[in-house]
Design a protein around this ligand. Structure first.
Ligand code: GRF
Length: 239
C-alpha cells in the first residue's frame, strides 16, 4: 500500500457531501465475488421501495459466484470479468470502469468483492465507492475477520460500512453494527450473526447516500438528520 495515500486520509480535505439533484434513482454498480447475500438485501430493499436506487450492473471476478445467479434472476445486467486474464490490477480495473461508465453508474458498491481497487477506479469515483467488512474496523481488516475475532477472544464483533481508499479496509467509516460473540460460536455461526447486521446497515447506508446525507471531513463521516426513524438502522440491536 503506498504510504502517501494513507497519509492523505489525515490531511485536511474539503468537506464533501453526497448531494443529489432532483429525485432520480441513484444508479449503482455492485461488485461481487461470492454468494451475494448483501447484493440480495440491496435488491430486496429496492424492490420493496425502501431505497431510491437502481442496480445498473453487477460485476463479478468469479464465474461461479452465486451473486451472478441472483442478478440474472432479477434481470439485472450481470458481467463476469476474470481478473487472471488481465496483465495487472490497473488493466482489470480499467475493464470494470468501462462497464461501469457504459451503465452511467454514480455509486460503486463492493459486496463481498475480493479484489483491492487501484487508482483507476478510486480516482474515477472519489468518495463514491463503498465496502462492507465483517468486523468492527479498525480491528481485523483483510480476510478472515471472523476467524481472527474468535482467535483473539473478543466479546463483541460486528460489521462496518466504509468508503474505499487504496488500503485494505482503511477508508472513512460510515456505519457500524455490533453483535455479541457467544461461548459456543464457530466461525460460521458468528459470520451468520454478523451477516444479519450487514443486510440491515448496508441498504441503510445506501439510503443515506441517495438522500445526500453523508458528509466527510478527513477521516470522519457525519450523517445529517433525516425523516423520523430513518436513522433506526444506525442503532445497535440490544444483546
Ligand atoms: C460479507 O461478510 C462481507 O462483509 C464481506 O464479504 C462477505 C460477502 O458476503 N466483505 P455475501 O457475498 O454478500 O453473502
Amino acid at each position: 500500500m503506498p504510504e502517501q495515500s494513507v497519509l492523505n486520509l489525515f490531511d485536511p480535505v474539503p468537506a464533501h457531501t453526497s448531494e443529489r439533484l432532483g429525485n432520480q434513482r441513484v444508479r449503482v454498480a455492485v461488485l461481487v465475488s461470492g454468494n451475494g447475500s448483501n447484493l440480495q438485501s440491496i435488491i430486496d430493499h429496492i424492490e420493496a421501495g425502501k431505497l431510491n436506487a437502481s442496480i445498473a450492473c453487477v460485476i463479478s471476478n468469479r464465474e461461479d459466484a452465486f451473486a451472478l445467479e441472483r442478478a440474472k434472476k432479477h434481470q439485472l445486467p450481470a458481467f463476469y470479468l476474470n481478473h487472471r486474464s488481465f496483465p495487472d490490477r490497473m488493466s482489470f480495473d480499467a475493464a470494470v470502469l468501462e462497464i461501469v461508465r457504459e451503465h452511467a453508474v454514480e455509486l460503486v458498491v463492493l459486496a463481498g468483492f475480493n479484489r483491492i481497487l487501484s487508482t483507476v477506479l478510486l480516482d474515477a469515483f472519489p468518495l463514491a465507492i463503498l465496502n462492507i467488512h465483517p468486523a468492527l474496523l479498525p480491528a481485523f481488516p483483510g480476510n478472515q475477520a471472523q476467524r481472527l475475532a474468535l482467535q483473539h477472544g473478543v466479546k463483541i464483533a460486528g460489521c462496518t460500512v466504509h468508503f474505499v481508499d487504496s488500503g485494505t479496509d482503511t477508508g472513512p467509516i460510515i456505519a457500524q453494527a455490533a453483535v455479541p460473540v457467544l461461548d459456543n460460536d464457530t466461525e460460521e455461526t458468528l459470520s451468520r450473526r454478523i451477516l444479519r447486521e450487514e443486510h440491515r446497515i448496508y441498504p441503510g447506508v445506501l439510503r443515506l447516500f441517495t438522500e445526500g446525507r453523508i458528509r466527510v471531513e478527513g477521516r470522519r463521516v457525519f450523517i445529517s438528520p433525516g425523516e423520523q426513524d430513518s436513522n433506526d438502522f444506525l442503532e445497535c440491536p440490544r444483546f
